[in-house]
Design a protein around this ligand. Structure first.
Ligand code: HEM
Length: 352
């Protein structure tokens, strides 16, 4: 119970004193005042607050996946998916926020733009942390040189270190790959009764995949036949990107049989990761359009080539592209092989 003296007060709880006194336009002293610089500051601060929440959720999700044994139908898995869906909602909002800033005209922006040099959104350590915690690595970045902390418009040492540290810790992508590799659906025991359509006398545990490969082959048009070699590489040799071949097989299997109860959450997980990638790309694209509209082809305040750099980042900074590439290897549902009972039992909700 609180008495009147120490009753919690709204503004204190939210520390509004600090937050609402943290907008200091560099052009406030000019005869016409700060103009749209206030909006510019508020928008960026709102972004940074939401970035903070996204990082909070990603840390929680990464913590869940760091456990050795995460049961696909446990509360943990549904909690992870739930939090990632929240990240999706936040990213949708962040995409919308661009529209508010676009009510500022290029001339309004010019009024204060030069005061910002050499700072830039490029230096948003939280944005970099989100990318890194999801799984984007320094060497995969477009113009990786820009990220060296020493350049003008780059990071201060502590931000640079924090981003590197996040990269070096297990990222969501690393953890999802390990989770996929651990899926227990391909134990030879489970596949003993499997009736192979095309290899009835083959006794190996790979019968299912041999059948699938054949079905896939039949689904290819004459000018797509090269895909078969790709299939072999992706699912049985090298894997794709950072996903090993066993991880890619597990992901394909989940996508194919997503109607099975046990695959509902895993399928939602894969879908939400694809959605996060898509929304980040949408944001990058909207940001580029805004940048073109505001500064045309001029270089950025942070010293990159501006729209040119941002277009490179847009096309290169996909994090879960291996997951979208799976669509290349799907077949019609009606052609899917019937699964043996042992596998179906393993995949019912009460099996573990
Ligand atoms: C007038 C509006 C804006 C303009 C003209 C603008 C311009 C730019 C430019 C030119 C860059 C490339 C780096 C550089 O050389 O400066 C950049 C990067 C960036 N900006 Fe903005 N920006 C604007 C608004 C925003 C807002 C509201 C945010 C929200 C946080 C933001 C976040 C970022 C981020 C995160 C990057 C790095 C993107 C990446 O590397 O993929 N920008 N911006």
């Amino acid at each position: 119970m609180t008495n009147e003296e120490n009753a919690l007060y709204y503004a204190d709880y939210l520390e509004l004193e600090k937050i609402l006194n943290s907008q200091h336009p560099k052009t406030a002293h000019l005869p016409n005042g700060a103009g749209d610089e206030m909006l510019f500051i508020v928008i960026h601060q709102a972004y940074e607050l939401w970035f903070k929440q996204i990082i909070y959720e990603l840390d929680l999700v990464n913590g869940i996946f760091t456990q050795d044994d995460i049961n696909d139908n446990s509360g943990d898995m549904s909690n992870a998916v739930h939090k990632l869906k929240r990240v999706v909602k936040i990213l949708e909002l962040l995409n919308k926020q661009v529209d508010i800033l676009e009510t500022m005209t290029p001339m309004d922006f010019l009024e204060f733009r030069n005061y910002l040099v050499p700072s830039s959104g490029f230096q948003s350590a939280q944005f970099r942390l989100i990318e890194a915690k999801l799984g984007l690595k320094m060497e995969q970045r477009y113009k990786a040189d820009y990220y060296k902390h020493t350049r003008k418009g780059g990071f201060i040492q502590s931000d640079f270190d924090a981003v590197n540290q996040a990269e070096a810790t297990s990222t969501l992508k690393d953890l999802v790959i390990k989770w996929a590799e651990r899926t227990p659906f391909f134990d030879a025991e489970l596949w003993k009764e499997y009736q192979s359509q095309y290899h009835p006398n083959d006794d190996s545990a790979d019968k299912f995949w041999l059948d699938y490969k054949r079905i896939y082959q039949d689904s290819l048009s004459a000018n797509e036949k090269g895909r078969l070699e790709d299939f072999e590489n992706v699912f049985f040799k090298e894997g794709r990107g950072e996903f090993s071949a066993p991880a890619m097989r597990a992901v394909l299997f989940i996508m194919l049989y997503r109607n099975l109860p046990i695959f509902q959450l895993p399928f939602e997980l894969l879908s939400v990761l694809i959605a996060i990638d898509e929304l980040l790309s949408n944001w990058r694209y909207k940001h580029i359009l805004m940048v073109r509209r505001m500064i045309g082809m001029r270089v950025g305040t942070g010293g990159t080539s501006g729209a040119g750099y941002l277009e490179g980042a847009l096309s290169q900074h996909y994090i879960f592209k291996e997951l979208t590439e799976i669509a290349t290897f799907l077949v019609e549902r009606s052609r899917l092989p019937e699964l043996p009972n042992a596998v179906k039992d393993k995949m019912s909700f009460n099996s573990r």
